[in-house]
Design a protein around this ligand. Structure first.
Ligand code: SAH
Length: 346
């Protein structure tokens, strides 16, 4: 049986049409699934018994099992989900002043092997299905609602959890279609959805053509030698190719590409790096997120001093680069950037 969360609205409409059922039923069911956050077919009360029985006969409504939830001192929450085949993934809910952001996983593990990132350590297990991507968001909205908030207050998504989203391109795009369906789906504004990539260059122009979501690039170095040492993907797609793809990325006026830059002491945090970064990014509508390195066991890197971090930022700002220091949330519960591993901690 198929998980109903794995179908786009068009596919569900078609499924009904093929059975001689009027296709507007798909819209109705989408509303139940994604706006009312229904947890089973029986609660879809305006569908009629016969239709509900048809659904139950043909589809599951698979949600993930929450195995663990940890809350950080800064109120960030990390969810550990168990998927139907027993694999584990994490997502992170980050409360803001007026809304929530969810950091979503796109794969179980990751194949990119970036040396600073904990998710890389166990390699790639498998891609998530669109339904599993969507389920993280649906479950988080259900959770936000249980806290007494309007579930739509979870308004921002970042694909910065486990995995390389562009290596799971088809499922990502299918999931985005439901998440950003403003009529019957989860109503995320594409302005509030960001897909982050380690630099799978061939998929970058496609993303710009297929969606309107924001692009973030994990750059992390300003010369190929350093970047290749940190991120093996750079051997295949070096900085020039990556930045060329960014220059040509199709996006609405006034939008910017975010460049994430982990600051690691003595590796990529010199004044020269800062100046080179400005040079590289000047031809691009860019903003820079500096992420002080988040430590994890066995990592050979260190976070630079506060002074060094601010010195680096100042060089960018003095040259009119838009840049901020991104304070990682949830590092006390290993929920910060590059700390997701989904080891079971029970
Ligand atoms: N694979 C995608 C999505 C994951 S995003 C990508 O690489 O963009 C995870 C972000 O956390 C990336 O920007 C990465 O550079 C950053 N990151 C990874 N390990 C980190 C660490 N130990 N400290 C700080 N940031 C880290």
């Amino acid at each position: 049986m198929q998980n109903i969360l794995d179908l786009t609205r068009e596919e569900l409409s078609q499924w009904f049409e093929n059975r001689g059922i009027r296709s507007f039923r798909a819209n109705q069911i989408f509303r139940w699934l994604y706006l009312n956050l229904a947890e089973d077919f029986d609660s879809m009360t305006d569908l009629g018994k016969a239709l509900r029985a048809t659904l139950t006969d043909h589809f599951t409504l698979e949600t993930m099992t929450l195995v663990d939830k940890q809350t950080s001192a800064d109120t960030t929450e990390k969810f550990l989900h168990c998927l139907s085949d027993g694999e584990l993934v994490e997502s992170v809910l980050i409360p803001g002043k007026n809304n929530f952001t969810l950091c979503v996983s796109s794969q179980v593990g990751c194949a990119m092997d970036c040396h600073f990132c904990l998710t890389a350590k166990n390699g790639l297990k498998r891609n998530l299905t669109m339904g599993e991507i969507i389920a993280q968001v649906r479950d988080a909205r259900i959770y936000v609602k249980s806290l007494g908030h309007d579930p739509l207050k979870l308004s921002n998504l970042v694909f910065m959890g486990m995995g390389e989203p562009l290596a799971n391109y088809n499922q990502l795009i299918r999931a985005l279609a439901v998440l950003c369906d403003t009529d019957y789906g989860m109503k995320f504004s594409t302005r509030r959805v960001t897909v982050s990539t380690s630099g799978l260059v061939p998929k970058i122009p496609k993303l710009g053509l297929d969606t309107d979501v924001n692009l973030a690039i994990s750059l992390n170095a300003t010369d190929n030698e350093t970047r290749s040492k940190l991120m093996p993907i750079n051997d295949t797609y070096p900085i020039e190719d990556l930045l060329a793809a960014c220059r040509n990325f199709s996006m609405k006026p006034r939008k910017k590409i975010t460049f994430e830059y982990i600051l690691m002491a003595g590796i990529n945090d010199s004044d020269e790096d800062a100046r080179r970064l400005v040079k590289l990014l000047t031809p691009i509508r860019a903003k820079v997120n500096l992420i002080p390195f988040n430590a994890h066991e066995g990592a050979p890197y260190k976070r630079p001093s506060r002074e060094r971090i601010e010195g680096f930022l100042k060089i960018l700002l003095d040259r009119d680069m838009t840049a901020i220091i991104r304070k990682s949330k949830g590092d006390d519960i290993s929920a910060a950037c590059g700390q997701l591993k989904a080891k079971q901690q029970l």
